[in-house]
Design a protein around this ligand. Structure first.
Ligand code: SF4
Length: 295
């Protein structure tokens, strides 16, 4: 990673991190490319200007066991989201600009406090639209002694160009791969081309850090994908598994069975159901047959 230095010798942000902030005006941090000037306070589809808002920061024991370990995962939850999933279980945070405005220094403080409390990692939840602030905070926290892995816990709608600028700062990428059906992505998350966007993002993540490395039952580095199975197989889950296996051979995947109707799901009768246990079981078998590592 290249570092830039001021004339007085003090260390500035690394060049890649400086370039991340430059992507805020006009904003093209994520594939939506809203082209608004977030530095001037304009907001795009994610509803957040240049200042990140933190909705919560806590030790979390409900994540995957390889993230929880013994000390818990140190989650820092950001308000706003570049996706608008109609069944979002965190819609009060993701779809509103709630939360405390935080500078990168303050986010670094939160991370260091969580690490000090014994967390196994720092888990940045919904970081895509504030990737610039996350990156700056990681640089600051590492300079101040942060050593636990960093986790980029995102919805899968990522720009490969932004991800390239995060290289070296993220130890574990944990993207959702929500749909293999373009129509479902448009209907339920308001994104065109979700499958190809998520595939391109996964390819870049896997190029950077490869398969999941677990030591003493705790994840240290690599990519782990999450896929939430929808009722009536609306996400086209088998195709999701095929794409993940083709794009990131041997990748770890969590095939999640915890769908429940939330937020605006009531507007879509097909979303008012639950995926069957038989479907989940058969998908796990299919993923294993395709060489994926089931979490
Ligand atoms: S980060 Fe937000 S403003 Fe920027 S392109 Fe994405 S949705 Fe639009």
């Amino acid at each position: 990673m290249n570092s830039a230095y001021k004339k007085d010798g003090s260390c500035e942000m690394p060049e890649n991190v400086v370039r991340l902030r430059e992507r805020l005006n006009p904003c093209r941090l994520c594939p939506r490319q809203c082209n608004v000037n977030r530095v001037a306070g304009e907001i795009g589809s994610c509803r957040i200007d240049a200042t990140a808002r933190v909705a919560s920061a806590q030790r979390h024991f409900g994540e995957e066991s390889v993230l929880v370990g013994r000390g818990g995962s140190g989650t820092i939850f950001f308000a706003g989201c570049n996706l608008h999933c109609v069944f979002c279980q965190n819609h009060d945070i993701s779809q509103e600009a709630v939360g405390q405005p935080c500078s990168p220094e303050q986010i670094a403080d939160l991370a260091l406090n969580l690490a000090e409390a014994g967390c196994e990692n720092i888990n940045y939840v919904t970081p895509t639209h504030v990737a610039h602030a996350v990156a700056e905070s990681i640089v600051i926290a590492r300079r101040r002694g942060l050593t636990v892995p960093t986790v980029y816990n995102c919805g899968g709608c990522e720009s490969p160009d932004t991800l390239k600028l995060l290289e070296g700062l993220i130890d574990i990428y944990m993207p959702d791969f929500k749909y293999a059906s373009e129509a479902a992505g448009r209907k339920y998350s308001d994104v065109s081309d979700y499958p190809s966007i998520a595939q391109d993002a996964l390819r870049e993540m896997y190029r950077q850090i490869g398969p999941l490395l677990v030591e003493h039952d705790v994840a240290q580095k690599g990519v782990m994908v999450r896929h939430l199975v929808l009722p009536h197989d609306l996400a086209d889950s088998r195709e999701v598994i095929r794409i993940v296996a083709q794009t990131a051979p041997g990748c770890a995947i969590n095939i999640m069975n915890q769908y429940r109707p939330a937020y605006r799901a009531g507007e879509f009768p097909e979303l008012l159901d639950y995926p069957s246990g038989r479907l989940i079981y058969s998908l796990c078998e299919f993923a294993a047959q395709n060489g994926l590592r089931i979490l």
